[in-house]
Design a protein around this ligand. Structure first.
Ligand SMILES: *Cc1c(COP(=O)(O)O)cnc(C)c1O
Length: 397
């Protein structure tokens, strides 16, 4: 499936690509892309069927393999991230899993930054060992310590930056040169930043995964994920996915493709609201610390400025008074949603120590920068005055 040529002029800005890139129109000349809710495709002849099955002829065969809607979503994401190829999956975790399971073998070893999404940690700790694949955690902020983690069969480095919810930044340029010099595949979960804020592939990373469930949908409606990278790696991931079946549904792909039309606009507002909220909270006496990558007190402020075009939509704060103060804060919230999700048009607050990270010990939480009073605010698209009023009144009461 080919994107309409006039829509993908080479030097289009990212905003234009997000809005304009679209698969070829059908005979009905529709403006908005139709939904191809079909499990399989038909052929004009036995020869055409044979050709499309073998890949000698271009064309869709079966929606577990490819579908016009998923193909459009993939190609738009490739343009936005600077990737040669990709595969779209039913969820972010299917993307993360496929990016490992599609490329690693029994005996291989992964180096991973310690602050990872919870389910990614479970894959490393509980699932991959069943297939003889092991891992070592490193501190993403201490690149000097990475070489000590290398083993004979180390194949991949896995990382997330900024981390969740501590918003620690990993130097992607350093990760690229580390991986290049040791022949490792650098696999970056870019979900928190989206292609609008940083493009790890353009810096030299080998793979990028996204949970499209978050900012890419941005309205809390569907699950989705994608793996992006060079043709060679994606061919292997695609082989794994075609035969194990984590394909994205055409409906979700249609919707996510539409969501990409507003992604840069939404990210600008998420980020400007988050920056403003961080500034307003900075001198609040109930708050011990405000963590935001583009706030000048962030320990890696210079790196965050260099690496991230904007500061992102997440602000983490440490309220004084530990676990109880964290829970009280949540109970006092009036407008924002109490939910585990993030990247939504609606502001969402969570208390990691009593929810997403409750299974870790206090020591383990501290290692990934989470204190008992930490609150993660996924800053939404409401007016900044209403968002900050809600947060401030919850701090005061
Ligand atoms: C949410 C999330 C995932 C998992 O995505 P799902 O779509 O929920 O499967 C993976 N990585 C990060 C950083 C996330 O925030």
């Amino acid at each position: 499936m080919i994107l309409t040529s006039t829509m993908v002029m080479k030097d289009n800005k990212q905003e234009t690509t997000g809005v304009r890139a679209q698969i070829n129109r059908t005979q009905y000349r529709e403006h908005s892309v139709p939904m191809f809710l079909t499990s399989s495709f038909t052929f004009g002849s036995a020869e055409e069927m044979a050709g499309m099955f073998s890949g000698e002829l271009e064309g869709d065969v079966y929606s577990r393999y490819a579908n016009p809607n998923t193909e459009e979503f993939i190609q738009k994401m490739c343009l936005l991230e600077g990737a040669a190829a990709g595969f779209a999956t039913a969820s972010g975790m299917a993307a993360v899993w496929s990016s490992m399971a599609g490329l690693l073998e029994n005996g291989d070893h992964i180096i991973a930054s310690r602050s990872l999404f919870g389910s990614t940690h479970q894959i490393l700790a509980q699932l991959l060992p069943r297939f003889g694949i092991t891992y070592t955690y490193v501190d993403g902020q201490q690149p000097d310590t990475w070489p000590a983690a290398i083993e004979d069969r180390t194949k991949m480095m896995l990382l997330e930056t900024p981390s969740n919810p501590g918003l620690q930044i990993i130097d992607l340029a350093k990760a690229v040169s580390f991986c290049k010099s040791h022949g490792l595949i650098l696999n970056v979960d870019n979900c928190f930043s989206t292609p609008v804020i940083q493009n790890p592939l353009k810096l030299g990373a080998d793979l990028v995964t996204h949970s499209a469930t978050k900012y890419i949908d941005g309205q809390g409606r569907v699950l989705g994920g994608i793996v992006l990278g060079n043709q060679d790696l994606i061919d292997k991931v695609t082989f794994f996915c075609r035969h194990t079946g984590p394909a994205m549904s055409p409906f979700n792909a249609w919707l996510l493709s539409k969501s990409l039309e507003t992604l840069s606009l939404r990210m600008e507002r998420h980020c400007s609201n988050a920056m403003e909220l961080a500034l307003r909270l900075k001198n609040n006496t109930k708050v011990e610390e405000v963590i935001y990558p583009h706030l000048s007190n962030h320990p890696q402020y210079d790196l965050a400025l260099k690496q991230m075009k904007m500061g992102g939509g997440i602000v983490s704060i440490k309220v004084k008074g530990g676990i109880k103060a964290g829970r009280d804060f949540l109970n006092n919230i009036k407008m924002s949603s109490l939910s585990a999700n993030l990247g939504d048009s609606r502001t969402i607050v969570t208390h990691p120590a009593s929810t997403t990270h409750s299974k870790l010990t206090v020591g383990e939480r501290e290692m990934v920068g989470i204190t008992d009073g930490m609150i993660r605010i996924s800053v939404g698209l409401e007016h900044i005055d209403d968002i900050s009023q809600d947060i401030f009144q919850a701090l005061e009461s």
